[in-house]
Write a protein that binds this ligand. Sequence first.
Ligand SMILES: CSC[C@H]1O[C@H](OP(=O)(O)O)[C@H](O)[C@@H]1O
Length: 367
Amino acid sequence: MKINGVPYRSVWVDPTDHRTVCIFDQTRLPFALEILHLSSSEQVAHAIITMQVRGAPLIGAVAAYGLSLALSSDPSDEAMEREASMLAATRPTAINLRWAIERMLQKLRPMNSQDRVEAAYKEAGLICDEDVAQNEAIGRHGLELLRNIKNRKKAEERINILTHCNAGWIATVDWGTALAPIYMAHDEGLDVHVWVDETRPRNQGAALTAWELGSHGVPHTVIVDNAGGHLMQHGQVDIVIVGTDRVTANGDVANKIGTYLKALAARDNDVPFWVALPSTTIDWRVQDGLKEIPIEERSPLEVTAVTGLTKGGQVETVRITPEHSSAANPAFDVTPARLVTGLITERGCCNASGTGLRSLFPATTGQ
Ligand SMILES: CSC[C@H]1O[C@H](OP(=O)(O)O)[C@H](O)[C@@H]1O
């Protein structure tokens, strides 16, 4: 996607030092656009854990480069397995992280250690290129849904979309998943408007989705997480489109905390609830999302404090709860497939079920 007319991906190899990997520090957005230069697997792990880089497909791609960086230092079997395990353990819910590391290991294990470094960077680059192509295809398939909605509305009526968290280009290598159809619809002249859930506690919606959409000129309105149901009750939402961190073989959807509540409100108000994902987000080994998907528990400090910009232009974090109050911070929840209208993948749309997924991905086995 472009920033001030300059095309960017969310991760890239430093053109001046091909052993260094570059990302945007997403904890600084929307107040500052800062590029981090990562030169070790430890720096990559820190960036993932602290959410300087986040988003299911993107953390997989960056972790793949993290393993490449590790091999640059030590391409031995022992180091490769150790660093791969370390990177895979940085966050538990997004399956893309495990998928990317397992794909790298499958490619590198059979190789002589001296041949691994170049092959690792090449494979990480392929993971990135494939993600971009998959998300662009998701955009095209999701665009058809938005065109169909437009055809059912009056000419002057805009299409109102609600999204939760950030599943835009900054959560992937490029294009995004939930936002890809929105970008394409806007670019072809459809009158789209996006209700942007702020998405407490990390505010990925208020900080990242709003920044993305504003940078691209897409009309949008930031709302508190609890407003979505009210808007749906009053006919203000035509469709909900969200991303996901893991979809089970039968269509259960793990996504940012609060997604399940949106799905309940959507069902109660007959609003279509769609989930956009590349096939790298499907965990074919898991059937029951509620029982089998690990839910990341993040620091309570993310709940008890907020970060913002002071009138003096300083980014500060302030506590919003009594000092001795405890806080819980589950970072994801699971929406049962029965509440999901459909899935938008790079191979097309399907219903959220095993048969639906198998209709698009008949031959795929295990992750
Ligand atoms: C395109 S995947 C986006 C997905 O990842 C986000 O989680 P996080 O910001 O914690 O990495 C969120 O669940 C998004 O839907």
